[in-house]
Design a protein around this ligand. Structure first.
Ligand SMILES: [Mg+2]
Length: 336
């Protein structure tokens, strides 16, 4: 286990703020369910509270911080839940990125969308059939991906339905597509196979849910895309490609990354921080392994690609508040 897992939450927050203070711009990328809001019996009930909304507004109004919510929820769902001017929203693990100006981007090639939608409809029918006559299953059709939630189902029924569904879905999607329960390994970005039927799919286990989504549409790719999009030419004239990321030297050494001092003035240093609680967030942690900060939200220590762990959702909110304070009060760190 890495040293950071032994840190208290308050030490983690202090450590991250220290690193953030050395960057010119912080990209704060936040998962939603289980990170910003606690799980509710159904996804529709997990609504943001007033404290969260005001925290996010405060962050967005702070110069030197850009904020994104990165979720597996559908873009429409996400927009309905949380709509604050200036916020970047990533829905469906990157199937749609809604920019602060309302324009959208996607990790999916437009020409693949009809095929993806068709396959997702077929997958949905399989799920409905597999769960017919059993209660507590919620189906979420997100257009380009599909999820079965079984938080409310009898555990025995859940096992049975998921096994049956997985078997049939793998056949339908011309598998085998391994169900990923383990940590994602490093892989080439943009793995979408455009040759055969347009797209390859994968099945992914989350917290009391099973998800089918196109390969290459994941939070790791979404984070890479966001970093590119958040790099604002208005702030950094002349720089059109690439982002000058801070290198994290590794927590074990206790060394701080070189920040403002190490970066030339023409290229402001940027620190992406990703906070998430689930298996799907591991792709994002992996994407930031060497050039950002990953923060796992989990009461218990577990194998992760993240650099730090926070034990509670309250700690996540403290981190957000602390980052806003650091940025607002700093004269040497963030761009003001
Ligand atoms: Mg989550």
């Amino acid at each position: 286990m890495m040293r950071s897992s032994e840190l208290l939450d308050i030490e983690v927050i202090q450590d991250i703020c220290k690193k953030a203070n050395q960057a010119d711009i912080v990209f704060l990328l936040l998962d939603y369910d289980g990170t910003l809001v606690p799980f509710a019996p159904t996804p529709a009930e997990a609504r943001p509270d007033a404290q969260l909304l005001s925290l996010l507004k405060r962050l967005i109004d702070t110069p030197g911080i850009r904020v994104a919510i990165v979720s597996g929820r559908s873009p429409e769902d996400l927009r309905g839940l949380i709509s604050i001017p200036g916020l970047y929203l990533v829905g469906g693990h990157g199937s749609e990125i809604i920019m602060p100006d309302g324009k959208t981007r996607s990790l999916i090639d437009k020409t693949h969308i009809p095929h993806i939608r068709r396959k997702i409809q077929e997958v949905k029918e399989l799920a409905v059939t597999a769960a017919s006559g059993k209660e507590g299953f919620i189906f979420e059709d997100k257009g380009s991906s599909f999820a079965i939630h079984y938080r409310l189902a009898d555990p025995g029924h859940a096992r049975e339905v998921i096994r049956d569904f997985t078997e049939k879905a793998e056949k339908l999607l011309a598998g085998p597509h391994p169900v990923k329960g383990d940590l994602p390994q490093a892989r080439e970005p943009h793995q979408v196979d455009g040759r055969a039927h347009g797209v390859a799919f994968e099945l992914l286990k989350g917290k009391k849910l099973l998800e089918v989504r196109p390969v290459g549409v994941n939070k790791g790719e979404a984070v890479r895309k966001l970093i590119e999009l958040m790099g604002d030419p208005g702030i950094d004239p002349g720089e059109t490609a690439g982002v000058d990321l801070i290198e994290i030297a590794g927590n074990d050494t206790g060394r701080l990354p070189h920040g403002r001092a190490g970066a030339s003035k023409a290229r402001p240093s940027r620190l992406p921080i990703y906070v998430g609680d689930d298996t799907t967030d591991e792709d994002a942690f992996l994407a930031l392994k060497s050039n950002g900060i990953g923060v796992l939200v989990s009461e218990d220590a577990r194998p992760t690609n993240a650099h730090y762990r926070l034990r509670s959702l309250d700690s996540v909110r403290e981190l957000i508040g602390a980052l806003a304070s650091v940025a607002a009060g700093s004269t040497a760190g963030f761009l003001g």
